[in-house]
Design a protein around this ligand. Structure first.
Ligand code: GZL
Length: 335
């Protein structure tokens, strides 16, 4: 297994931290119904790209999909085939095999989970089709199976949330419940690790429960309902993404408690609904996870297509927001 440090830690050599543009381009194509779609009629000197998306589980994913489809357009020189795997690895593997059969120039995907990719990535390598990982990592030992991994440092995101909780809420004993992302996914594994690292030395912080809400609002609400039944003295919810945090807010309010007062929520992503809840004080702190990877994916592909090389690990820049910062950022936020 590729060491966690290699997989997500920014390291001097082979790292480039990108300040992602927040603009979006005109036009979009592709479907979110699990079908594969193509933005162009192909042919000519368009660069053909097959993209396998995790699914449409969260506001973050919707913004990520929009960024990719808005950027890899025919006008920009791309013939994009796009598929939504509905959070199923077998659908992603099937989509990647279809892109290999189609003979695309490049394959890009966000792996729904870390493991189980070596075989299909080897097939792409044998077919001489370069693969680019966006958003999430794989744990393949053979890093020649992909050209680069562009995405946030999830361990760092978890650490930043943990440090804020420790500094701002952990000055007295607090019981924390954790809503984990999709089991086996890089963000869920790493955000859990980062938060635990940042809080383990604060004796006031006790993580009393931790379960997956699969990055969705509905499942986050259901898990939080269970937590509220089982634990009468919850002080803080650490949600691995805003959508599960928003689901937790629904459960907390349904239980007659006040989010941001009786129970504080901290989360990751920074999507509009999450930032709105933060500006209203229902969420207390958010570390951003920038989904606008389309422009950088396009640059990477064009660089490779022109015979250039790219860094093996490209870490995208993430900001963090408290209530005041959210109020200031919301009017101009692009997602
Ligand atoms: C993180 C991304 C995660 C988001 C969730 O880069 O993979 O998946 O945090 C999304 O909102 O579902």
């Amino acid at each position: 297994m590729v060491s966690k440090k290699l997989r997500t830690r920014s390291f001097a050599a082979g790292i480039a931290v990108l300040a992602l543009g927040l603009g979006a381009c005109a036009g979009s194509s592709g479907s979110g119904d699990g079908a594969t779609s193509s933005s162009g009629d192909g042919g000519g000197d368009l660069i053909s790209v097959g993209f396998s998306q995790v699914g449409s589980e969260s506001g973050w994913r919707a913004a990520n999909t929009k960024s990719i489809q808005d950027t890899l357009t025919k006008d920009a020189g791309f013939d994009l085939s796009f598929s939504d795997a509905q959070q199923k690895q077998e659908n992603q593997i099937q989509a990647i095999r279809s892109y290999i059969a189609k003979g695309v120039d490049y394959i890009a995907f966000s792996p729904v989970v870390e493991s189980g990719w070596d075989s299909v990535l080897e097939e792409a390598k044998q077919a001489n089709i370069p693969v680019i990982l966006t958003d999430r990592a794989v744990d393949s030992k053979d890093t020649s199976l992909y050209k680069t991994f562009i995405g946030s440092d999830f361990i760092e995101e978890g650490k930043r949330v943990g440090e804020w909780v420790s500094d701002n809420l952990g000055t007295e004993p607090i019981n924390v419940v954790e809503l984990q992302g999709t089991t086996g996914s890089a963000p869920a594994i790493d955000r859990k690790e980062g938060f635990a690292d940042a809080t383990k030395d604060n004796p006031n912080i006790k993580i009393i429960a931790s379960e997956t809400g699969n990055f969705t609002r509905a499942e986050g609400k259901t898990v939080m309902e269970g937590f509220l039944q089982a634990y009468p003295d919850i002080d803080v919810v650490y949600a691995h993404n805003d959508d599960m945090g928003l689901g937790a807010i629904e459960a907390i309010e349904a239980a007659g408690k006040v989010p941001g007062k009786d129970i504080k929520i901290v989360s990751i992503d920074g999507v509009k609904d999450g930032m709105t809840a933060l500006s209203e004080g229902k969420i207390s702190y958010i570390v951003e996870c920038n989904p606008l990877l389309g422009p950088d994916l396009a640059k990477i592909i064009k660089t490779l297509h022109d015979g250039g090389t790219v860094e093996p690990r490209i870490v995208t820049h993430d900001d963090a927001f408290d209530q005041a910062a959210a109020k200031e950022a919301l009017p101009t936020r692009q997602y």
